[in-house]
Design a protein around this ligand. Structure first.
Ligand SMILES: C[S@@+](CC[C@H](N)C(=O)[O-])C[C@H]1O[C@@H](n2cnc3c(N)ncnc32)[C@H](O)[C@@H]1O
Length: 399
C-alpha cells in the first residue's frame, strides 16, 4: 500500500512541535501528541491491520482486563513491585491455569496494559495500577458487562427498526441486550453490583480533565460566591442527580470558603450509599418538585444528556418554582457538540447515550431550544480549551 509520505512528514513535524511543547510543560501538549499519534497510526496502518486491531485485538484486551479484574491480577502485579511476578506465582495466587494466565498476560503486555520484566515475569504499569483502584476497576466492569452487550446489539436493533433513530428510553439496544423493559437506571436499581459499579465509575471518568471549578473555566467567585445572600436561603448549591457528590468535593476543595450549604440530591438507591460531612444528602426524584428553595445555584452535571427533550423539560420545570428570579442560577454541565469536527470522546459519548438510553448529546442550538421550551434562556456558555464539557449558565426567561 502506498502511503502519502508528504502527509506523514507533516504529521511527524506536528508531533515533534507538540513534543517540544510537552517538554516545556505547555498545557494541552499531551492531548495534542495523543491526537497526532492517532492521526499517524490511521495514516500508516494497513486496512488488514486495522480490522485485526478492531476485530479481535481490542475486544480481547477489554475481555482480558475484565478477567484480570475478576482474578485480581492487577493487585498481584502491584504487590510484585519493580521486580515483577512470575506467571507461575500469578497462576497460583489466582488459582487458575498457568498456561491460560500466561496467554492473557502476553496479550495484555502486547496491548500495553501490563509490563514485562523478562521471560514469564510481569509487572505493573500506570494503567494496571489504576485498575487496582475501585473507581477505575468499576469502569471496566460497568462498560464491559452493561454497555458492551448494548453495543453488540446495536447493528441488529437498528436493522430491525429500519434505521430510524431510537427514541424510547425503555425500548432500545440496552433493552434488547439485557432482555428487559426497564430503563437503564431502573435496571441498575435491580442489579445492585452494577449500580454500585456505575456510581463508583462516575467518580473517576473525568479524572485529570479540566473541571468547571478550575481557574479560567467558570468564574465561581464572581458568578456564585459574590452576591450569595443567606437571607434568601442557606443553600449555596444543589447538585441535582449528583451521584456520590464528586462535584461537590471538587467545588469545596477548590473553594473552601463556600459561604452556604452544599446539597446533594440523587435517587434514594444512590443517596443510601453516601455518607459525607461536607454536604447534606437528600434523596430526591428530579421529576418531582424541587424541595430546596432559593438556592444560589441548581447544578445538573451530565443529567440532561440521559433524557429526551420532553423529559428534560419536565426536569427543568420542577426546578423553576424553587428558583428565586434574578438570584438563583441554573448551571448545566454538559457536552456541547461542536457543529463540525467533534472529537471521539464527544462522538463516543453520543453513541453510549444511543445504546443505553436512546438519547443523544446536544449542540448549543439544541440546548437553547430545549431551555426555551422549559422557560429558561442561556446567559453564557463557558468552555475550556482542553475539556469536553461546557458549563452552561441559564436563567429564567422573563418573556
Ligand atoms: C450520568 S450520572 C451523573 C452523576 C453526576 N452528576 C456526575 O456528573 O458525575 C446521572 C445521575 O442521575 C441520577 N438520576 C437518574 N434518574 C434520577 C431521578 N429520577 N432523580 C434523581 N436523580 C436521578 C443517577 O442516579 C445518576 O447519579
Amino acid at each position: 500500500m502506498n502511503h502519502d509520505t508528504s502527509q506523514i512528514e507533516t504529521l511527524l513535524s506536528r508531533l515533534q512541535t507538540a513534543g517540544v511543547a510537552y517538554i516545556a510543560r505547555t498545557q494541552g501538549a499531551r492531548e495534542k501528541i495523543i491526537n497526532h499519534c492517532y492521526d499517524l497510526i490511521s495514516s500508516l496502518e494497513l486496512p488488514s491491520e486495522a480490522i485485526m486491531r478492531l476485530g479481535w485485538a481490542e475486544p480481547a484486551r477489554t475481555a482480558n482486563c475484565r478477567i484480570a479484574i475478576d482474578l485480581e491480577i492487577f493487585g498481584h502485579l502491584k504487590e510484585g513491585g519493580k521486580a515483577g511476578i512470575t506467571v507461575k506465582k500469578l497462576a497460583t495466587n489466582c488459582s487458575a491455569d498457568e498456561i491460560l494466565i500466561s496467554r492473557i498476560l502476553k496479550h495484555l503486555v502486547a496491548m500495553k496494559v501490563v509490563g514485562e520484566n523478562g521471560q514469564d515475569t510481569y509487572s505493573t504499569t500506570p494503567l494496571a495500577e489504576a485498575l487496582t483502584e475501585a473507581k477505575y476497576r468499576d469502569g471496566i466492569i460497568f462498560l464491559h458487562d452493561v454497555a458492551g452487550p448494548s453495543f453488540q446489539h446495536l447493528p441488529k436493533y437498528l436493522k430491525n427498526i429500519n434505521y430510524t433513530c431510537p427514541t424510547e428510553i425503555t425500548n432500545g439496544p440496552f433493552q434488547a441486550a439485557h432482555k428487559t423493559e426497564l430503563s437503564a437506571f431502573s435496571w441498575l436499581d435491580q442489579h445492585p453490583p452494577y449500580l454500585h459499579a456505575f456510581n463508583s465509575y462516575m467518580t473517576a471518568y473525568r479524572a485529570g480533565k479540566p473541571s468547571w471549578v478550575d481557574p479560567g473555566f467558570y468564574p465561581v467567585a464572581g458568578r456564585l460566591i459574590g452576591g450569595f445572600n443567606s437571607n434568601y436561603s442557606e443553600a449555596f448549591l444543589v447538585d441535582v442527580g449528583g451521584g456520590k457528590g464528586q462535584d461537590l468535593h471538587d467545588l469545596k476543595e477548590k473553594y473552601p470558603q463556600i459561604p452556604g450549604k452544599l446539597i446533594l440530591q440523587d435517587r434514594a438507591a444512590v443517596i443510601s450509599t453516601v455518607s459525607d460531612d461536607i454536604f447534606e444528602a437528600i434523596p430526591h426524584d428530579f421529576f418531582t418538585a424541587q424541595p430546596v428553595k432559593d438556592a444560589r445555584a441548581y447544578y445538573l452535571h451530565s443529567i440532561l444528556h440521559n433524557w429526551s427533550d420532553d423529559d428534560c423539560v419536565r426536569i427543568l420545570q420542577q426546578l423553576k418554582p424553587a428558583m428565586r428570579p434574578g438570584y438563583s442560577r441554573l448551571l448545566l454541565n454538559e457536552i456541547v457538540v461542536p457543529r463540525q469536527g467533534p472529537k471521539w470522546p464527544v462522538t463516543s459519548m453520543d453513541q453510549l447515550m444511543l445504546v443505553l438510553a436512546a438519547v443523544q448529546e446536544r449542540t448549543e442550538a439544541d440546548l437553547t431550544k430545549l431551555l426555551k421550551r422549559a422557560g429558561f434562556r442561556i446567559v453564557q456558555v463557558y468552555s475550556h480549551e482542553f475539556g469536553q464539557e461546557s458549563l452552561i449558565e441559564a436563567e429564567q426567561d422573563v418573556e
